[in-house]
Design a protein around this ligand. Structure first.
Ligand SMILES: CC(C)(COP(=O)(O)OP(=O)(O)OC[C@H]1O[C@@H](n2cnc3c(N)ncnc32)[C@H](O)[C@@H]1OP(=O)(O)O)[C@@H](O)C(=O)NCCC(=O)NCCS
Length: 178
């Protein structure tokens, strides 16, 4: 739930994703160009964004190891988060939260907090009680996760290349029991 009555959050099926891959790609591009450390570096185009959704997320959804939630405001996609539950047999109680993102012009209105609450509900429904994630050390997302009760397991220096600048950033590994 968000406090914004114009925002709806809903689960996407694989077919929903296929139908909206272009728009989701544009959201990803906007976040990467804004400096988000979510797996990509510049140059990064709408085509690159669409390819990520079609080539990486869609197959995982079709094989039943990925859940996708999408936030819309006024009919436009403004945020998303994924739950990757394609874990090994000895970790069926665990899932990874992936690629939480909110469009730069829709931030600080509680969308990410609402997406996380919904993905945690979805995880519990799937019997996943341990959630893990990683985020660039010092990012707003780290504050968000800490405020939601995620604990820090540790920090790995020099983990990922910055999307726009020539430097390596540390990542913080976090977890929560839900
Ligand atoms: C991180 C991100 C998802 C937050 O989205 P959002 O919708 O703006 O977050 P919310 O409005 O739900 O924020 C909830 C709380 O998180 C914390 N928070 C969110 N963004 C923050 C920031 N930039 N700096 C500090 N705290 C922040 C605050 O405690 C905030 O509460 P407040 O607004 O009442 O102070 C968004 O900034 C984003 O998409 N960033 C780029 C992608 C990214 O880094 N994703 C994380 C990948 S691991």
């Amino acid at each position: 739930m968000t406090t914004d009555p114009h925002v709806t959050i809903s689960p996407f099926t694989a077919d929903d994703l296929a139908a909206h891959a272009r728009e989701l790609g544009a959201l990803l591009r906007a976040c990467v160009h804004d400096g988000a450390s979510i797996g990509f570096v510049l140059p990064f185009t709408d085509d690159d964004g669409e390819a990520f959704w079609r080539d990486t997320v869609l197959p995982a959804m079709r094989e039943g190891t990925r859940a996708l939630l999408v936030a819309r405001a006024g009919g436009r996609i403004v945020g998303t988060v994924q739950l990757d539950y394609g874990t090994m047999p000895n970790q069926r109680h665990r899932a990874e939260v992936r690629k939480l993102m909110v469009h730069p012009d829709a931030r600080r209105r509680g969308l990410a907090r609402a997406l996380m609450a919904d993905i945690e509900r979805r995880a519990r429904h799937l019997g996943r009680s341990l959630l893990t994630l990683d985020t660039r050390t010092g990012d707003g997302a780290e504050h968000l996760y800490a405020s939601l009760g995620y604990a820090t397991a540790g920090i790995i220096p020099g983990y990922a290349h910055d999307p726009t600048e020539d430097r390596l950033d540390a990542t913080t590994i976090m977890y929560k029991t839900v």
